[in-house]
Design a protein around this ligand. Structure first.
Ligand code: ADP
Length: 268
């Protein structure tokens, strides 16, 4: 089935997904900062954190409270969610000009989630439809890590306008992310490119570049064939700002790290 026969979110220009083969590689960091950079460039943007197992978007945006829990019925059938009247939908929070919704708003910060993976795909689509996004240029989905059932359900059911992959330079991360790439390509989702994160560390004392992750030129994957949209070093300040709830696209806007997201926003 081609993309244009799949479901489109009403009033949304482009539905983009940020995915990776592994957790902890910077998917949420890229999703949050891309959303903020797009908003700062004048676009209207929504961000849905679909990472039910480890939703980090609320903390990264400084909206940790369970703000919207009252309006969402987790077992609402999808068909009903699609036809919700606007006044019955959940209003997103607006932060740094981005309309934000997160699975984390409905889950206690230290609560474990026991949802089967096929339920998860349904839950993500249901959440997507239950939010009162309004008219937007972009909605960005921060996907759970991997390429299993929830990701495949989204690819199958929704018209995704572009996928951005995030990986570290480490061979194992690239191999896993190549599997996510294959999933998008098999589903005819346009892959915009890959962001290489945690790509070296600049020593704060001597400025020398330190390679953190092992990667060998011999390990070739299909990831080598997609455009590199950006390369971000491991930067302790970026981690600190992120935990403070201020995205680097704002807190480090004048640094090469922050500027990388302006470039990324121009590329999508
Ligand atoms: P994922 O969404 O893939 O699980 P996150 O974006 O949550 O990954 O990043 C994992 C952790 O690493 C977070 O604490 C984040 O602040 C930190 N982090 C991500 N990218 C960088 C970076 N380039 N430099 C420093 N810390 C980073």
């Amino acid at each position: 089935m081609l993309g244009n026969q799949r479901e489109r979110l009403p009033d949304v220009g482009s539905l983009l997904v940020v995915g990776s083969g592994k957790g902890g590689v910077g998917k949420s960091t890229v999703s949050v900062n891309l959303a903020v950079a797009l908003a700062r460039a004048g676009a209207s943007v929504g961000l849905l954190d679909c990472d039910v197992y480890g939703p980090s978007v609320p903390m990264m945006l400084g909206v940790r409270k369970r703000a919207a829990s009252s309006g969402f019925r987790a077992m609402l059938p999808l068909a009903e969610a699609k036809n919700l009247a606007p006044e019955k939908k959940i209003p997103p929070l607006t932060r740094y000009g981005v309309r934000v919704m997160s699975a984390g708003f409905f889950i206690g910060e230290e609560q474990a989630v026991a949802a089967s993976s096929d339920m998860l795909g349904l839950l993500i689509r249901q959440l997507l439809y239950s939010v009162d996004w309004g008219r937007l240029d972009y909605v960005i989905l921060d996907l759970p890590p991997g390429n299993g059932e929830p990701q495949q359900t989204l690819c199958r059911e929704m018209a995704l306008d572009g996928a951005i992959l995030v990986t570290t330079p480490q061979d194992i991360a690239r191999i896993d992310t190549a599997k996510a790439l294959a999933m998008f390509q098999n589903a005819d989702v346009p892959v915009l490119g890959v962001v290489q994160n945690m790509d070296g560390l600049l020593c704060p004392h001597c400025g020398e570049r330190i390679e953190i992750y092992p990667h060998s030129k011999e390990v070739r994957t299909r990831l080598d064939q997609v455009p590199v949209l950006g390369s971000l070093p491991l930067d302790p300040m970026a981690a600190r700002w992120s935990d403070e709830g201020v995205p680097v696209a704002i807190s480090m806007a004048e640094t090469p790290f922050g500027q990388a997201f302006c470039t990324l926003a121009r590329e999508v």
